[in-house]
Design a protein around this ligand. Sequence first.
Ligand code: SAH
Ligand code: SF4
Ligand code: F3S
Length: 445
Amino acid sequence: MPSVYLQTFGCQMNAADSNGLAHQAWSLGCTFTNQPDEADIIIVNTCAIREKAEMRVYGRLGALKPIKERRPHAKLLVAGCLAQKDRDIMRKKAPHVDALLGPREYNRFKALLGSWGVPTDAPPPQTDFAMPSLEDEPGHDGVAEFAHLRALVNITRGCEKFCTYCIVPYTRGPLESIDPAEIVSQVRREIRCGAKEITLLGQNVNSYLWEPESLDFAGLLLRIGEIEGLERLTFLTSHPKDFGPRVVDALAQLPNVEPRLHLPVQCGSDSVLRAMARLYTIDEYLDKIAYFRERLPRWALTTDLIVGYPTESEADFLKTLELVQRGTFEYAFIFAFSPRAGTPAATMEPQVPPEEKIRRLQAVNAAQLEVTRRFNESFLGETVRVLAQGPSKKDPANMAGKSGHNTTVIYPRDERTKFAPVVDVAIEQAFSWGMSGTMAAHLTA
Ligand code: SAH
Ligand code: SF4
Ligand code: F3S
């Protein structure tokens, strides 16, 4: 049976899609390998969010070229957002690619495999489905035994917010909400397969609406929160425009939701928010999080920030910096603006020079790391429940996992911890990147 190598770049959406592709390939009897030079079918699931992401993908495709030359029968499929965005230029930039499938085209995947000689009418496989490693480092397989603890479940597809910098609406198409019955049955299936943490996924989960039942995101959360056996529930990503008290109230009712909210603000200046077409002012954002802080104390609020946006002045930038310095967020993903061809911001004037973008990025980053470190220090002396990820990549004598706040926690790897999915860790040290401690108890159930 053909063997498949699958490498995933980009966000959790792509990770979820890769899972779906792997499942389809498995259902046709394919096996998986972590070695591209042993594979009959090589799949690269790609991202186009920033230039760097694209360059990594093209770098990887270049590295796969000699393998294709050595193994002429092997097929190379490029899936994901870059396949959609660069559909017309990929043939020129990477002529050794055999096929492209954008994120909306995965219903054609089995037929494509069929056209490559994979029998599509074989009986279902006798082996259990085991997800191949989703790490975007080739050959890294360390986390496979813990991968099933976390499951990603899509609740929407696409996005139609058209923030002026963003490529996603062009690569993933318009918003569609998924039938709640389908979502619930997938959550149940994942729990049966051992998932302890379910992440509901969408570019903007707050715009979820299932019209036949007038079910909005708050309603969906409450419905999923009731599912038996669900230990940890979380979701990505919220858009501040559609996020409101109804969702906060639903979260406050749920016993099994993880204490974290990712609510990308993007920047601290109203005029830049307008240029981004984000549809809220900074005061509106702050009002929303004031209610959130009141109802859900000691949750971690995380965000995304873009610095060096076209038209961003020094004064605009200082507003973002100040927002961060005030300790608004427990953690932030900070990006320098990257022009994406075809989006309005790519041609907006004036653009900020590259070295200035880097200066702003470093300043905001340093300020956030300080705030994050202080947040992590607030756990010193406490016991924190950790969901294991696997041996620490930096030091295999340790294990790494995530707390409910999504903070990295490091603890010694020993006979008791090396297979334990959930560990209670007494926190002894805190840093800006996470915290470390020793085992207080481990739970095998
Ligand atoms: N749907 C989510 C996130 C989408 S992409 C949301 O609306 O928040 C993740 C993050 O990448 C964005 O929040 C934004 O901060 C960043 N991003 C997107 N396009 C970018 C670009 N062209 N340059 C720099 N950062 C970008
Ligand atoms: Fe992109 Fe904006 Fe949609 Fe998020 S909400 S995916 S940033 S267009
Ligand atoms: Fe990248 Fe597409 Fe996700 S562009 S960030 S893989 S939605």
